[in-house]
Design a protein around this ligand. Structure first.
Ligand code: KIV
Length: 277
C-alpha cells in the first residue's frame, strides 16, 4: 500500500533538505503517470485554461472547470498530494464564497489542498480556510490571474522595494497558515532569501535552484506545445514532434491501405465464413 504524501511530510522534507517535486495534471492519464513517477505534489493548476482549454489567460477558468478536472486527476492518484487552484474571483468576493468554493474542490473534487494567488490582500481568506481545516498553498511573484494588472507575463520583484514587499507578503502568508508557497518568476537571490527565512517549504518556478522544491507545467516540460518555451522551462521530452510524427504516419498508412494489417484484424472461423450469404 502506497503511503500518501501529506502537508506534514512536505515540511519534514524541507527540514531534512530533501527537494520537493511538483508537476501539473489536468486529466486522468497524466495524473496516473505523474503519480507513478513518484512526484510528491500534483497541482491541478488553473493553467489548464491556457494549456488544455485554449484560452489566452487563466482568467476565464471557472469553479466548474476546476471541479471537473480535479475529479479526473484525483481518480488517478494514489500517492501524491493533490492541490487544486482556486480560479480567478473564486476567493475575492467574500469569506463565505471563498469557503464554499474551496470546500467544493475538496468535497466534490477530492483535492487535499487548495492554492491561492496573492499576498497580504488575501491573508484574511487564507486564515479562514486554514481555520476550517483546509490546507492552503500560497503563490507569490508572477501571479497569472493578475496578468492584466501586471501588464503581461514578466519577471517580478526585480527592484529592492518590490523584493521587500514580496518578502513581507511571504511572512504574512506563513502567519496566515499556508503550508507551502509557490514563488513564480522572481530573481533567484530573492527566492533563496524567502526560502531561508520561512519555516514552510517554497516551491519555485523560474525562481532559481535554492527553493525547497520545484514545479513545472507538465505539458511544458514534455514539449507538447512547440510554440511555448520560456527561459525557466527545461524540456525533458519533445512530445510535439513525436506526436506529430505518429499522427502523420497514421494518416499516410490509412491512405496507402497499410493500416490495419492482418495482426490488427479479427477473422471468422472458416466453417462460419461458408455460411455467409
Ligand atoms: O496554474 C499553474 O499551473 C500554476 C503553476 C505554474 C505554479 O500556478
Amino acid at each position: 500500500m502506497t503511503k500518501p504524501v501529506t502537508t506534514l511530510e512536505l515540511l519534514k522534507m524541507k527540514e531534512e533538505k530533501q527537494p520537493i517535486t511538483m508537476l501539473t495534471a489536468y486529466d486522468y492519464p497524466t495524473a496516473v503517470m505523474v503519480d507513478s513517477a513518484g512526484i510528491d505534489v500534483i497541482l491541478v493548476g488553473d493553467s489548464l485554461g491556457n494549456v488544455v482549454l485554449g484560452y489566452d489567460t487563466t482568467v476565464p477558468v471557472t469553479m466548474d472547470h476546476m471541479v471537473h478536472h480535479v475529479q479526473a486527476v484525483t481518480r488517478g492518484v494514489k500517492r501524491a498530494l493533490v492541490v487544486a487552484d482556486m480560479p480567478f474571483m473564486s476567493y475575492h468576493i467574500s469569506a463565505e464564497e471563498t469557503m464554499r468554493n474551496a470546500a467544493r474542490l475538496l468535497q466534490e473534487g477530492g483535492a487535499k489542498a487548495v492554492k491561492i494567488e496573492g499576498g497580504h490582500q488575501v491573508a484574511d481568506k487564507i486564515s479562514k480556510l486554514t481555520g476550517a481545516g483546509i490546507p492552503v498553498m500560497g503563490h507569490l511573484g508572477l501571479t497569472p490571474q493578475s496578468v492584466h494588472q501586471m501588464g503581461g507575463y514578466r519577471v517580478q520583484a526585480k527592484t529592492a522595494e518590490a523584493a521587500n514587499k514580496l518578502l513581507e507578503d511571504a511572512r504574512v502568508l506563513q502567519q496566515a497558515g499556508v503550508f507551502a508557497l509557490v514563488l513564480e518568476c522572481i530573481p533567484a537571490q530573492l527566492a533563496k532569501q524567502v526560502s531561508e527565512e520561512l519555516t514552510i517549504p517554497t516551491i519555485g518556478i523560474g525562481a532559481g535552484a535554492d527553493c525547497d522544491g520545484q514545479v513545472l507545467v507538465t505539458h511544458d516540460m514534455l514539449g507538447i506545445n512547440a510554440q511555448f518555451k520560456p527561459k525557466f522551462v527545461k524540456r525533458y521530452a519533445n512530445l510535439h514532434q513525436d506526436i506529430m510524427q505518429a499522427l502523420e504516419t497514421y494518416r499516410d498508412e490509412v491512405k496507402q491501405r497499410q493500416f490495419p494489417a492482418a495482426e490488427h484484424s479479427f477473422s471468422m472461423p472458416g466453417e462460419e465464413l461458408k455460411k455467409l450469404y
